[in-house]
Design a protein. Structure first.
Length: 238
């Protein structure tokens, strides 16, 4: 009696022949990509496929493996979404803080008022532990605020030359110059150049948290902050 091979048996046989042939993995993958309904039409082939379980010696079906991959991707997407929500909320908070700072700076009537607003408002608004504002001699005669020639040419030459905020760790000489007595406390800082038509000085925000001002963070809000303060300073520049 002649045995008739069913369509599904032929599919299994074809799959076996492909596996035993000299076809490359790329050719097999290309065929499956070009025939996305293959496994839908040959469900028995799908059922027979097994893959090693990641991190274990057991085997799982292709469908189980796909489900596990999808779960992992969903978890990654959920984590990314939560991160984006956190960033959006933080950006909204910073935007509000910049708006409040702008309002306070508009109400100032002297350079001393500007300095007071900067020192009083930024500590709470931008979660920073230490603040230092140093200005060039062309801006002020106040010795407590002056940025010395040595500091301009050596200590802070990079940020003054680039004209862009720089975040990260300060060296000991910079900390001693700006925050004498707190050398062991300053773990990270943001250097913000202050400039209008000409260079005005530098604003330094420092934190005990080493990750508060890290090199990889964005500089957009720091740049806006520098622009706001620079604009207020030029109003009362000597």
């Amino acid at each position: 009696m002649k045995t008739h091979t069913t369509e599904n048996d032929n599919a299994v046989l074809a799959a076996t022949q492909i596996a035993e042939s000299n076809l490359s993995a790329e050719q097999v993958a290309e065929y499956l990509f070009n025939h996305p309904d293959y496994f839908a039409e040959h469900t028995d082939v799908l059922a027979k496929l097994v893959l090693p379980h990641p991190g274990a010696g057991t085997a799982v079906s292709l469908m189980e493996r796909q489900a596990a991959v999808l779960r992992t991707k969903n978890q990654e997407l959920e984590a990314k979404l939560l991160e984006l929500v956190h960033i959006a909320r933080d950006n909204e908070r910073l935007s509000n803080q910049l708006h409040n700072l702008a309002s306070e700076l508009l109400a100032t009537q002297s350079l001393s008022d500007v300095i007071a607003v900067v020192q009083d408002s930024l500590r709470d608004a931008f979660k920073t532990d230490f603040i230092s504002l140093r200005l060039l001699p062309a801006v002020t005669d106040d010795t407590d605020l002056l940025l010395s020639a040595h500091a301009q040419s050596i200590l802070f030459s990079e940020v003054l030359r680039s004209g862009k905020p720089i975040c990260g760790r300060l060296n000991d000489a910079q900390i001693n110059y700006l925050f004498s007595g707190h050398t062991d406390e300053v773990a990270s800082a943001a250097l913000v150049p202050l400039k209008a038509v000409t260079l005005l000085g530098v604003l330094v925000l420092a934190s005990r948290d080493p990750q508060r001002f890290h090199p990889g963070m964005g500089h957009l809000f720091l740049s806006h902050l520098g622009d706001l303060i620079s604009s207020a300073i030029t109003t009362y520049q000597k």
